[in-house]
Design a protein around this ligand. Structure first.
Ligand code: FDA
Length: 511
């Protein structure tokens, strides 16, 4: 009987690595007692942590670039697929689940953050989490930051690869808009920077979706100024407290609010305090890059109906606002360094979808959405409208692969989540999210119905397991990337013509 594919693979790794003693310490086979701990360490969506979930044959946690080179070489040689994982937040688990024999390359040991305050840049290895980036910047300056995401445990590798939006995106754009160089390894093991990879590939990796082109080792980030004092607020209203009219008004004005804000409104079902029946609670919140005194007149002029008062607002430093939006107020800043910490926000078993809205939706449409939010399956669901506008209206659609720019009023984030004991019934929750998505069809963007690549959703289409066809990939590709999809395909055809780096929603090469 021949050796198992991963035994040949392991032998290849030790043969082709010129430092086999160090590589052996970063390899985890299923016989290794730490295998499960390493695998599960950053599985965020516990839906993909069941006994039925396909597991990697081997996990490699490179500590040197030669380990990446050896892993890519040996995986190709022995017909194993690679799944690259930075922070493990992929909503469909594609960084650690595959239906074919595969190896996980986990960048947990590639996470240095080197901040240069004077030049307002930072070199960040792709395995760092956003919390590490924020923390290391704040150590040196409280008035600089990065256009990162809200949740501190997201990996920088996947975040920027899929675009990346967060608290500062209406002021400074996406994460990908704020990258000025990168270190990248291609299918042939070549280590490339911006100059040697060329502008097409450098464009593609800043938003064209993770796992398609090669492995990003590090990003050089542009740091952006933030004031020493920022303000946060959150105001909640039930349907009985006029929430519907407030949301209708919010739709009209939120995208026109100052770039210094990131207004959103979260909606979920709660028991009414009046009679114990269900109602919808709408929570209006935002960061404001300025003081309460500066914010209040703006809100009184633009959105008086909300009745924002001084008591609804808190002033803090920018880094403290990261804790606030992670619901980690009063925790030490060091919690941002904890990459295995499970955020209390958003649940642990979940299904996500996204939409873009170009025209305000009607009261009737909104009522239909509320009625679905009151379904039994939606008891832990949350729907968030996130305002667009600001600098997003001014950055051209093809500046990076992330195409959702001018013309959007807001993005919708649909999150249905459930508890461990109900994971056997996951299908009923997933079906609920599909029903809501179908219901929303007439009210959201069309031709294509746009979706955010980092909110990965395999329902909108996926590649064949075998041959990845352009036509099939266009179905989901145009939703994520609109016309930028064709340029991504061209880049892919050049950098990885044999389609080694692939998954269910990777960019296909042209054959
Ligand atoms: P993960 O490691 O799972 O990778 C995601 C994808 O990128 C996979 O296809 C993977 O193979 C690939 N990849 C990872 N590292 C790579 C590398 N070094 N080189 C090449 N490819 C690589 N988004 C957002 O924009 N703003 C937000 O506020 C949030 N909030 C949020 C909260 C929570 C709780 C979750 C679970 C997710 C989000 N997201 C988000 C979505 C998030 O940005 C998205 O899932 C990112 O892809 C996650 O990046 P990770 O590195 O953590 O994921």
């Amino acid at each position: 009987m021949g050796a198992l594919p991963h035994e040949d693979f392991l032998q290849c790794l030790s043969l082709c690595s010129n430092d086999s003693s160090t590589i052996s310490s970063v390899i985890y086979t299923r016989n290794n007692p730490s295998y499960s701990t390493v695998l599960e360490s950053t599985i965020r969506n516990l839906r993909f942590n069941s006994t039925n979930t396909p597991k990697p044959l081997v996990i490699v946690t490179p500590s040197r670039t030669s380990h990446f080179q050896a892993t890519i070489y040996c995986s190709r040689k022995h017909g194993l697929q690679i799944r690259t994982r930075s922070g493990g937040h992929d909503y469909e688990g594609l960084s650690y689940v595959a239906k074919v024999p595969f190896v996980v390359v986990d960048l947990v040991n590639f996470r240095s953050v080197d901040v240069d305050v004077e030049n307002r840049v930072a070199w960040v290895q792709a395995g760092a989490i956003l919390g590490e980036v924020y923390y290391r910047i704040a150590e040196k300056s409280r008035t600089l930051s990065f256009a990162g995401g809200v949740f501190h445990s997201i990996g920088v590798g996947g975040y920027i690869s899929g675009g990346g939006f967060g608290l500062l995106f209406r002021k400074y754009g996406t994460g990908g808009d704020n990258v000025i160089d990168a270190q990248f390894i291609d299918v042939n093991g070549r280590i490339l920077d911006r100059k040697s990879m060329g502008e097409d590939l450098f464009w593609a990796i800043r938003g064209g979706g993770g796992g398609s082109f090669g492995i990003v080792l590090a990003w050089k980030l542009k740091l952006v100024p933030v004031p020493a004092t920022v303000t946060v607020f959150s105001v909640s209203r039930t349907l009985e407290q006029n929430a519907t009219q407030l949301i209708l008004r919010w739709q009209e004005i939120a995208h026109q609010l100052p770039d210094e804000m990131n207004p959103d409104v979260s909606m979920f079902s709660v028991n009414s305090t009046q009679d114990g029946r269900k109602t919808i609670l709408a929570s209006f919140s935002s960061l404001f890059l300025g003081t309460i005194d500066e914010l209040l007149p703006i809100m009184q002029q633009r959105f008086p109906e909300l009745g924002l008062s001084r008591q609804d607002c808190s002033e803090m430093s920018w880094i403290e606002s990261v804790l606030y939006f992670n619901q980690l107020q009063n925790q030490p800043l060091e919690i941002l360094l904890n990459r295995t910490f499970r955020t209390p926000v958003g649940g642990q078993y979940y299904k996500i979808k996204s939409d873009y809205v170009k025209e305000p939706i009607s009261e009737t449409a909104l009522n239909g959405l509320f009625s679905r939010l009151s379904d039994e399956e939606a008891s832990s669901a949350i729907i968030i409208f996130m305002a667009y506008g600001g600098i997003m209206d001014r950055i051209p659609e093809d500046a990076t692969p992330f195409p959702h720019r001018a013309g959007n009023l807001y993005k919708i984030y649909y999150n249905v989540n459930w508890q461990e004991q109900d994971n056997v019934n996951s299908q009923k929750y997933i079906d609920w999210s599909r029903r809501v998505y179908n219901y929303m069809t007439p009210f959201v963007s069309k031709s294509p119905r746009e979706a955010y690549a980092n909110y990965r959703d395999l329902d909108i289409g996926s590649n064949n397991v075998g041959i990845t066809s352009y036509t099939q990939a266009s179905v989901w590709g145009r939703k994520y990337f609109k016309n930028n999809f064709d340029r991504l395909v061209q880049v892919k055809t050049k950098i990885d013509p044999e389609n080694f780096f692939k998954h269910e929603q990777s960019i296909p090469p042209l054959h």
